[in-house]
Design a protein around this ligand. Sequence first.
Ligand code: ACO
Length: 459
Amino acid sequence: MSGNKSIRYNFHNFIGTNKQVDHTEIVMKEKLATLSFSDGSPSIDFPIFGGTIGPDVIDVRSLYAKTGKFTYDPGFMSTASCRSNITYIDGDEGILLYRGYPIEQLAEKCDFLEVAYLILNGELPNKNQKFEFDDIVTKHTMVHDQMNFFFRGFRRDAHPMAVLCGVVGALSAFYHDSINIHDEKSRDIAAFRLIAKLPTITAMAYKYNMGQPFMYPKNSLSYTENFLYMMFGNPCEEYKVNPVIARAMDRILILHADHEQNASTSTVRLAGSTGANPFACISAGIASLWGPAHGGANEAVLKMLDEIGDVKNIPDFIKRVKEKDGQAMLMGFGHRVYKNYDPRAKLIQKTCHEVLEELDMKDNKLIKLAMALEKIALEDDYFIKRKLYPNVDFYSGIVYKALGIPVSMYTAIFALARTVGWIAQWKELIADPEQKLSRPRQLFTGSKRREYVPFAKRK
Ligand code: ACO
């Protein structure tokens, strides 16, 4: 706010009928943004708002009413679609904060459900709150037993993300009692159901692919231990969770829990703005996450490493990437927001080394290949000039591979972790009094009006 005199406006968020649940301040700066036109039309002023940190925004909501013109911003390069209290990213500095706390501290000191509580509620839980939260999540982990039959409708080799989109959307058919978005209690129950059941559903998708029986969740285990148990356990023998692996997986879930207004989160918000139920909204988010430019990149990294095959082939591959032959891209590099090292990539690199050490896989060919590729790319002018650094997906796939998780499951695990962020963002949207149906406009470049031509007269 550097020396600007400013006027403070208070906004009150309400959930359901007039219940105040949050209190946020945004700052209207005294200066204005003035838009002028070269054709002599009168210039127009727009207010500027400031958040707590990060760039100010120019409030252009009245632009169309005042000028009859829209803004044009494909890919939302310069557009803030909402205000949010949850996650902050400084892409130039490589900073990621959940509710103000640096990701490095949370990844080091918390478990996933502690971070989930923070993301959802805005504050770290005290001991009792944590106990209660964990208990509620644990007691919602089982899915409706009829879902076992629902799974049978999928082909055995169905991609887990396809299964997740379908099954999570179908939760609205199994849990009718929690789809009333205007009821606060109903929203909370849906949130708990989604967070608790996602590991169960993700593990079921894996077991279904493998042709193994589904494992029921075990209430004596933590959230992440339970997920590993449902993935790797089987009814024939006891499965002991390795604490190093459980900690690594827990950290991966923390690192993926939220990432402000990325494509899948914006999809969830857009679906939510129509009043769609939370299960449908999260299913839409899963579909959006699937793409290789977003959550699907971890899968693509492994495919790329397989294709490169050996350290000696890296220069050739990099050459193809730089020549932009349309086929090769350095997957796991680059980010729309981070123009610096993705802080999550640093943390996951450390986790990756811990896992490989524990599993006695330090000399693993894949990790050597990934490290060599990273080093060469970080020293190459093409990547330096474009500020292309490794992102979170560059290393997560290697950890999953070391754990024996098939490539097709990688994005599904991302979806399981991100569900917490999606729900927090969805709840924030519902409680936001400024929330409106999301409806972008367009610059139309198609045919002008023309008359119908009968078949006989068409060329
Ligand atoms: N490999 C090679 N070149 C790249 C890469 C890459 N991974 N990423 C960007 N570039 C190049 C572009 O070709 C472009 O070059 P140009 O200026 O010569 O035309 C320049 O860098 C800028 O790229 P944009 O596409 O404009 O950047 P944008 O912000 O739109 O893209 C994206 C970001 C989609 C993530 C891109 O970097 C990418 O596709 N990376 C690989 C996929 C990936 O790892 N995605 C995961 C993102 S993290 C997440 O969602 C969890």
